[in-house]
Design a protein around this ligand. Structure first.
Ligand SMILES: Cc1cc2nc3c(=O)[nH]c(=O)nc-3n(C[C@H](O)[C@H](O)[C@H](O)COP(=O)(O)OP(=O)(O)OC[C@H]3O[C@@H](n4cnc5c(N)ncnc54)[C@H](O)[C@@H]3O)c2cc1C
Length: 351
């Protein structure tokens, strides 16, 4: 985002509370380059994902970032699920996702012989990327553009005035303040919390933040899977416990959905039984002894377990009346895929 803003002629400073970039959600995800099939047509998630998919492949190729265009199978195990699969295909087509196909059991077995399913949605544009390499590449580009990144710098408070613009109070080894014309609050899991610290912001326009942890289990040793990602049908709050690969070709499964009160990355090993049941619906030959805890990530949600899913919220002065402030809320999946077009969109909102 800093790069896109700098391209518009602004002087940019990145304030990061951690000692390195990407220590939170951006490095605790599935690393899937999503296609855009799931999201409501016309939503930020849908439009940015379809564009982001194309841009991310181009960027990864151009910068030599590890990625694979694996393709993906979303599988149906029952006739009821087959109906849902058809709706998904229609939604994907409305969102301009190209080359979607419903495929038969026979063809599924050609792609992934061990997978049990009645039919599947084959989505060729899905893939995987090494998020750590992506972050490093973006960070390097930012450095090359002489954009200052101030690490170990936590924005504690934001004041707004007609004469001086926006003033940020930053806690660091030596605390400091910065005056800015534009401020982008892209604080991920902390974004709503940070917005509450902006003096004068109307409380009523801020969403409530919720945290939904996802666990990942790794499969040890050899496995029979070829290149395609395998997903069950999505649930309201997640895309389901899916099968994907890391850079070394190791298989991982996840993430599940586990609503939590605060930010806590601890791994709850008792989730294993639920994982085994979920995986066995599409891979009955799983040997549970080969599943090991891997890592967790936390979705920055702005809707709760009993509420309808929300789109990414990009809040500007139209909503909060504070000139130059952009709040980004609820940037959960597919935020990694959307990152490049989202950056362009935000840069175009600044004055
Ligand atoms: C389990 C899981 C799986 C996912 N899988 C995928 C996937 O396969 N594909 C996909 O496209 N997307 C996926 N996502 C979504 C994607 O990871 C996120 O949308 C994206 O990483 C969000 O990036 P961000 O920059 O908004 O947040 P973050 O990466 O969390 O960055 C926010 C930064 O702000 C900093 N910060 C916060 N508060 C302050 C403050 N007060 N002062 C200074 N700095 C501050 C934080 O330290 C942090 O570095 C997944 C997410 C999760 C949780």
């Amino acid at each position: 985002m800093a790069k896109e803003i700098s391209r518009k002629g602004h002087e940019v400073i990145i304030l990061e509370q951690n000692s390195r970039a990407g220590e939170e959600t951006s490095s605790r995800n599935s690393g899937v380059i999503h296609s855009g099939i799931y999201y409501p047509t016309g939503s930020n998630k849908a439009t940015l994902c379809v564009e982001g998919n194309r841009l991310l492949y181009e960027y990864a190729k151009g910068r030599n970032i590890w990625h694979r265009n694996t393709g993906k199978l979303v599988i149906a195990s029952t006739s009821e699920e087959e109906g849902k699969l058809e709706s998904l295909v229609e939604n994907g087509k409305r969102n301009n996702v190209e080359d979607l196909e419903l495929i038969s059991k026979k063809r599924i077995h050609r792609f992934q012989p061990e997978i049990l399913a009645e039919s599947a949605l084959y989505c060729p544009s899905s893939g995987i990327i090494d998020a750590a390499e992506l972050i490093l590449s973006l960070e390097t580009e930012v450095q090359q553009k002489d954009i200052i990144t101030s690490y170990n710098s936590e924005v504690e408070e934001i004041e707004v005035s007609d004469s001086t613009g926006i003033t940020l109070h930053v806690r660091a080894e030596e605390s400091f303040t910065i005056e800015a014309d534009n401020v982008i609050n892209s604080a991920g899991l902390h974004a709503v919390d940070l917005a509450r610290k902006i003096k004068g912001i109307p409380e009523g326009i801020l969403p409530k933040s919720y945290f939904a942890k996802g666990h990942y289990f790794q499969l040890s040793g050899n496995h029979p899977f070829k290149k395609h990602l395998v997903y069950p049908l999505p649930t309201k709050d997640s895309l389901g416990v899916h099968l994907s690969f890391d850079m070394s070709g190791k298989v991982k499964f996840g993430p599940d959905v586990f609503w939590i009160e605060g930010i806590d990355y601890s791994f709850n090993e008792s989730r294993k039984d639920d994982f085994v049941s979920a995986i066995k619906t599409y891979w009955p030959d799983l040997n549970p002894d080969k599943l090991f805890p891997d890592y967790t990530g936390i979705r920055p949600k702005i809707y709760g377990p009993t509420e309808e899913p929300a789109d990414f919220v990009i809040q500007t002065s139209k909503q909060h009346k504070i000139k130059g402030l952009v709040n980004l809320f609820g940037i959960e999946s597919p935020g990694l895929t959307c990152s490049l077009p989202l950056a362009k969109k935000v840069a175009n909102l600044l004055f």
